[in-house]
Write a protein of this length. Sequence first.
Length: 320
Amino acid sequence: MTRPTVSLLALTLALVALPGACTSKADRTESADKSASAAPQRIATVDGLSQPEALSFDAANNVYFVSNVNGSPGVKDGNGFIARITADGVMDSLHFIQGGRDGVQLDAPMGSRVEGDTLWVLDVDKLRGFDTKSGKPYITVDLSPLKALFLNDLAIDSTGDFYITDTGVGVGSDGKMNHTGPDRILKVARADHSISVAVSSALLSEPDGITYDRRGKRFVLAPFSGPSVQTWHANEPGPKDAATGKGMFDGAEAEPNGQVLITSWNDSSVSTLEGPKLVPRISKLPYQPADVSMDVGRSRVGIVSLVANKFELWEWPSSK
C-alpha cells in the first residue's frame, strides 16, 4: 500500500480540525442505516423442499413453480414433483404436480419456463408440458433419440423454438454423476416438435443455464464448469465468452427490460450481465443458488438451492 505523504497527512489533519469537517457519530449512524436499507432484503423463506433445482415465476397466476428432483438428478425414479409457491413466498401446494399421481410421469424435473398457460419442464431426457392452472400433463417431447444425457435448462427464442442444454453428464445406476460429454444444445421445433442438435462443442463447458435475451437477440449461457458466462447465436458453431466470473454458474433468466440474471455456486451470488461484466446484486448467500426467477411487477426474485432444500424470496435491488 502507498503511504500518504506528509503534506497529505497534514492536510487531512487540518480538515478534521475545522468545525463541521468531521463526520459526527449521528451522521455515521444515519449513513449506515441508509446503506443497510439500500441492501437487498430477504422477504420470506420456504424450507422442506426436496432438491429444488429450478423455478419459474408465472405472472398470470402470481406463483412460482419449483422443480423438485426428490432424489438423484438424471435418474428415472418416478417421484419428482413441482411445488407451487405464492408471489409472497408462501407454500400454496407442495405437490402441485406429482410423479405417479393423476397420470403424471415425472422423474427428476429440472429447468422450466412458463409460456402462456403452459409450464414447460425438462425431465431427464424429455420435455414435458403441463397446464399452469390444473397441473394436468398434455404433451411430452422425447429427446432420447438424440441420446440426450442430462437435459438441464431451456429457452424459447423469438420464433417459439425451444433450445435445451444437455450438460453431457451420465448418471449411473447408483446415482453417481460423471461428465462424459458431449456438451450440446438441442432444439425442439415449435411447428412439429421435431428434434435436432443445434450445436455440439467442448467450448460449451458443461452447459447449464440458458436464456434468450430478446433485446440482444442472443442466447446467454451459464456453464457449470467454465470461468465465463457466454453468449451464442443459433447459427454459430460455438459460444463466445461474455463475462468472466467466479464460475460454477447455474441459473440464467433474461428479463423484459434487458437485465440478464445469473447465479453462481462459487460465490453464492445472483448477478446481472452488464456488457463484459457480471455485477453482483444479491451476494454472500448462505447457500449455493441453483436458479433465480423474477417477479417483475413486484421487483422481487425467487431463489432456490438444490443443496439447502429451500426457496427464498428477495427484494430486487435497484440498479447501481
